[in-house]
Design a protein around this ligand. Structure first.
Ligand SMILES: [Zn+2]
Length: 119
């Protein structure tokens, strides 16, 4: 395991399964509801929050937005979800997110197209 690209899930997060549309969020050793959780519903978190290794594995979560494959990379998550997840992401993910927002050389100080907001 590379500690520059993956965070260790500590209890209780390490006991929870992944979902591409999770009902809980993990931040450090805290786990809290991310949306309403029905009685008897499995509590799930999104493993992609904690990694940028790019490792691929099959996903059987069954969420509407599930592609059938987990890419262990925060930056593989849809942009809008990245923004919502970011406050709970490990430091190395937040640093990389900020690095990607910096102006690209040669663009006259403008942000990279994928990081700019609509005018
Ligand atoms: Zn899935």
């Amino acid at each position: 395991m590379d500690f520059e690209t993956s965070a260790i899930l500590l209890p209780p997060g390490c006991y929870l399964n992944h979902s591409c549309d999770p009902n809980a969020m993990r931040s450090g050793v805290k786990v809290f509801a991310w949306r309403s959780i029905r009685p008897g519903e499995e509590i799930t978190i999104d493993y992609r929050l904690n990694a940028s290794s790019g490792q691929r594995s099959t996903c059987l979560c069954g969420s509407v937005n599930c592609s059938g494959e987990i890419i262990s990379d925060f930056f593989s998550i849809e942009a809008a979800r990245q923004i919502r997840y970011l406050p709970y992401a490990p430091d190395f993910i937040r640093r990389e997110y900020r690095r990607r927002l910096k102006p690209a050389p040669g663009l006259g100080g403008r942000l990279r197209p994928e990081a700019s907001s609509p005018d």
